[in-house]
Design a binder for this molecule. Sequence first.
Ligand SMILES: [Fe+2]
Length: 245
Amino acid sequence: MNRRNFLGSSASAVAGMHALSILDAVPAYADAMDQLQSTDVLMQRYPFALPALGYALDAVEPAVDSRTMSVHHAGHHATYVANLNRAIESDTALHQLTLRELLTRLPTIPESVRTSVRNDGGGHANHGQFWPLLAPNRAAQPSGALGQAITRDFGSLAGCVTALKQAGTGQFGSGWVWLVSDNGKLRVHTTSNQDTPISERLVPIMGVDVWEHAYYLKYQNKRADYLDAVLARLNWSAADTRYQV
Ligand SMILES: [Fe+2]
């Protein structure tokens, strides 16, 4: 092993130890994430599976057109799932880990598959939390603890939505805009590509896809119009269940 490889290996090992120590030191994060329902895609293990949309392709019209919904769910999301399964197929040790564990332990994942776990695993996790947010027969407002926390941290739901739109519009390139819980305090957050807040020890309450594939067929370059439409028809009851005081 030459010096460069040695230093790289050492850095990876230290990074892994550091990440685990952070996870151990944040019980509030662990507690919140332990509330995940068994049906959450974050609780899946290999072989990972595309969750059903749970509603018709045209159920979110006109905010999201049925062609975009079809390509997005059966095309993009399904590809992330297939690529993740292919990447870790031969590494049976990784089959023991849930998607949540894979994404919160990225620095310890073998380097040969780490990029796929980050991108394809992140894509599976991010889209898995997105579809329920668009479900029809929605709750137009958050309730209970989440509703109170939004008022506390943003002044109002409108203030929260405005902050989400501003951050989502400003996200450069592909990514996601999130409402996250940072030890109980809510804040808006963005991630690039398919990076996910759980890899940063943040609890995702809701995240909206701002990749072009989420809106380009209907909105072309008008991401702000897409965000207006989607943020106005969120199913807040899906987010309510993810916020634990
Ligand atoms: Fe997407």
